[in-house]
Design a protein around this ligand. Structure first.
Ligand code: GDP
Ligand code: MG
Length: 310
């Protein structure tokens, strides 16, 4: 058991769900809050599959941030589980941060989420993200459009840029006051409760999404098979990471491996460099690609990969 420090008087703590359509910047915001890479970010939507908890400890509050997969219309089994997991997470937290993409006018997806939140009784804080992309002359108008979307709600509205960090401190202060007075929930020095292997597999997935074309991304999953120190006990140690990338079709395997292994090399190198930021010291990364037809529709395989259907 871990012994937790005693929190200062009137300290606040609790769980905050980050809710928003895919691609609004949830992961970028978590990374900005914590100042290091924990959640993966990508220009391609729907990459956050596993629920990630990031822990932000400030002098006034401890916020356990729960990243949720984007809410969207379910297309197949995996999609349905993503939506179910977002709905479920709202029932498990102390407050909700609804992130909206201010670089676009509100859309139908946004009103769907707002309607879902109206039926809950927990505190909601609104942030208009990507404010850096809104031209000064359009800003007043954009705020009005979003105020209309949120009509008659007493939810506080903030503007921020998860990219540059502008507006993030005010947002954290406000989120802190939305939480109940309470003790530390985690040691103040840790920043994620996600096991190392999930963080590592997410880094590989991120590089695949960044480097391959559209037909591959949604049909991959990555498992970490082994993490090992080599050679054991040596001062010049390296960490060996063995991982498997699952794809649905042979053609996708071909794309991932590339001519003479060139694509896998690019992915592996970029992922390895990212891994070295979380693992202390050099990393040796070996990637295998395995074809499992239609893995997304097979409950047993999904469960093995960690997408629990509860
Ligand atoms: P998520 O799907 O909600 O987790 O979205 P991500 O955090 O992966 O971000 C999606 C894309 O939007 C990425 O390309 C980010 O770099 C970009 N992005 C996120 N926040 C901002 C922001 O405040 N300003 C700008 N210009 N881009 C952003
Ligand atoms: Mg994300």
């Amino acid at each position: 058991m871990t012994v937790l420090e005693i929190a200062p008087k009137n300290y606040r703590s609790g769980f905050v769900a980050l809710i928003g359509r895919p691609n609004v910047g949830k992961s970028t915001l978590i990374n900005q809050f914590l100042g290091k890479k924990i959640a993966i970010t990508s220009p391609i939507a729907q990459t956050t599959r596993n629920r990630l908890r990031a822990i932000l400890t400030t002098p006034n509050a401890q916020l356990v941030l729960v990243d949720t997969p984007g809410i969207h219309k379910p297309h197949h089994l995996l999609g349905e589980r993503l939506v179910a997991s977002s709905r479920k997470v709202i029932g498990e937290v102390d407050s909700v941060l609804l992130i909206l993409d201010a670089s676009e006018a509100p859309g139908r997806g946004d009103s769907f989420i707002v309607r879902m939140l109206k039926n809950q009784s927990i505190p909601v804080v609104i942030v208009l993200n990507k404010w850096d992309l809104v031209a000064r002359k359009d800003r007043l108008e954009r705020i009005k459009e979003y105020e209309n979307l949120l009509a008659n709600n007493e939810w506080p509205i903030f503007c921020c840029s998860a990219m540059t960090g502008n507006g993030c401190d005010e947002l954290i202060d406000n989120l802190s006051t939305s939480l109940p007075v309470g003790p530390y929930l985690y040691p103040s020095t840790i920043s994620s409760d996600q096991p190392e292997n999930i963080l590592l597999s997410e880094l590989i997935r991120e590089q695949i999404l960044l480097n391959t074309r559209e037909e591959v991304p949604h049909s991959i999953a990555v498992t970490i098979d082994r993490i090992e120190e080599i050679p054991k006990g040596s001062s010049a140690k390296k960490t060996a990471v063995l991982a498997t990338i699952f794809v649905e079709r042979k053609s996708q395997k071909g794309i991932l491996i590339g001519k003479g292994g060139s694509m896998l090399k690019i992915i592996g190198k970029a992922a390895r460099l990212q891994m070295q930021k979380i693992i202390d010291g050099p990393v040796y990364l070996e990637l295998f690609v395995k074809v499992v037809p239609d893995w997304r529709s097979k409950p047993a395989i999904l469960a093995e990969l960690g997408y629990k259907g509860n």
